[in-house]
Design a protein around this ligand. Structure first.
Ligand code: ACO
Length: 448
């Protein structure tokens, strides 16, 4: 099949949030630490009424309904998540409820896990399947979702929650470029979840940032080498109209654009370097990538040098991340939704998008998408017009209640039997929510 890619895209986030300005005050940290230091405005979170099953059911059903996709049209269903509530039973099997009621059980695919990278792995599984001899002519549906919560402390304001559904098929408006993916995988304990009774990760924040930047450097270099060979031209940030990142918090993404600019600078042949770049950068010509992750002078110089690129090519992708927080596996694809929603149809046509996916532990990829000027692009874009108003419809919850909710979630995680108590009045229409967990840990849901 030609032009395999994203035909339909759906995003959900919680109907409640905590304001980061109020959280700064409540946590007794200096004013601006979360909002300026991390670049975050609001953080979506769930009560005990929502879990990874309900989030994925909601986003999958919303996509099938919005695009009127018949259940029998789906040949593969993949889930990427790190929100594990069962050591054996996959979220994919839970989602089969949406299909088995129509007599459909012939659907390949299962869950994929590695921190925030699982969604990208699920997506690549679906694309690879479609480009292989296993393909049966039907669509693939890829779901990425997570509830990102941290123990009280400096990581807590970098939480969030969300889920994305992507319909994959041929002749798509968002086409995955072939032969250019740049990967970086390594064994490291930067962020991991060894305590199976807790939702919280063990996290070495500084190490995770260093790993993220190291992965970015390596993936981008490989992407550039492959793309230069394939397209027969020099590749740098000018090649892209949009540059999208997995977004733990906005500030790290802005620094990442600077990091790519540093990579460009160091990769450029000498004559091009002097022609294209301001002479102030000359002092950084011998900077070593693996020695400069926290070098303030390098960071500052390349943040300044890349500021226009950031504003034009990356900032439009940060709206959801800034207002919902880190959605782990769905974060990068929430960035894609923001980018598509922020541009006019004409501005999007023919765009080349760079995407960087990072999951701690670690697994990462830099790849690209080409936006085709075909009628289904307009359908995709029009169908995302619900996102901005929905963000505004959310209810604000005080930091006290936010903290109490997280404490309750922590106390009742894996409790059985259990009757959830969270308010359902502010849920958006179509939201699945947990009604009870029985003695056998079986979970029951209803739909608003
Ligand atoms: N006004 C403006 N800026 C401020 C203020 C203030 N009042 N106070 C602090 N800052 C700045 C700091 O200078 C710092 O800036 P810098 O990043 O340019 O150095 C920034 O805010 C963060 O403050 P720190 O004190 O350095 O960091 P902190 O101890 O708060 O932890 C961290 C931040 C490590 C990101 C933490 O929130 C964390 O561990 N998060 C989870 C891990 C994570 O997200 N990792 C990213 C990749 S992996 C993943 O996706 C999970």
């Amino acid at each position: 099949p030609e032009d395999v890619g994203i035909l339909a895209l759906e995003l959900i986030f919680p109907s409640q949030y905590v304001d980061q300005v109020e959280l700064e005050e409540y946590d007794n940290v200096s004013t601006g630490k979360y909002t300026i230091g991390l670049g975050q405005q609001k953080m979506g979170f769930c009560s005990d009424r929502e879990d990874i099953h309900s989030l994925c059911l909601t986003v999958a059903k919303n996509l099938l309904d919005r695009y009127q996709i018949k259940p029998q049209a789906i040949g593969r269903l993949e889930v990427g998540t790190e929100t594990i509530i069962d050591k054996s039973k996959s979220v994919k099997t839970v989602l089969m409820q949406l299909f088995q009621s129509h007599g459909i059980t012939d659907i390949e695919g299962i869950d994929t896990t590695n921190a925030c990278y699982g969604g990208t792995a699920a997506l690549f599984n679906a694309i690879n399947w479609m480009e292989s001899s296993s393909w049966n002519g039907r669509y693939a549906l890829v779901i990425a979702g997570d509830i990102a919560v941290y123990a009280k402390g400096p990581a807590r304001p970098t939480g969030g929650t969300g889920a994305v559904a992507m319909l994959i098929g041929p002749n798509a408006p968002l086409v995955f470029d072939r032969g250019v993916r740049g990967f970086f995988f390594k064994h490291v304990y930067d962020f991991y979840k060894p305590d199976l009774t807790s939702e919280y990760p063990v996290v070495d924040g500084k190490l995770s940032v260093q790993c993220y930047l190291e992965a970015l450097d390596n993936c981008y270099q490989i992407y550039c080498e492959k793309a230069e060979k394939l397209y027969g031209k020099r590749i740098d940030l000018n090649f892209f109209d949009g540059i999208l990142f997995h977004t733990p918090y906005g500030k790290l993404v802005q620094k990442s654009v600077g990091r790519l600019a540093l990579n460009d600078y160091l990769r450029a042949p000498e004559n091009i370097r002097t022609d294209l770049y301001p002479s102030e950068l000359q002092q950084f010509v011998n900077v070593e990538l693996n020695n400069s992750y926290f070098d303030r002078d390098v960071e500052k110089a390349f943040l300044t040098a890349s500021n226009d690129v950031f504003l034009k090519k990356t900032k439009p992708s940060l709206d959801i991340a800034t207002n919902v927080g880190n959605m782990y596996t769905s974060s990068l694809y929430g960035g894609l939704v923001s980018y598509l929603a922020s541009k006019s149809l004409d501005d999007l046509k023919g765009n080349k998008l760079a995407l960087f996916s990072y999951g701690s532990g670690l697994a990462a990829c830099f790849y690209s998408i080409t936006i085709k000027d075909i009628p289904s692009l307009q359908v995709l874009k029009n169908n995302l017009s619900y996102v901005a108003p929905l963000l505004e419809q959310r209810v604000k919850i005080s930091p006290e209640k936010f903290e109490a909710t997280l404490t309750l979630r922590q106390q009742v995680a894996h409790k059985a039997p259990y009757e959830p108590v969270g308010d359902i009045s502010h849920f958006f229409p179509g939201t699945y929510y947990l009604t009870k967990i029985d003695e056998q840990h079986r979970r029951y849901y209803e739909k608003k």
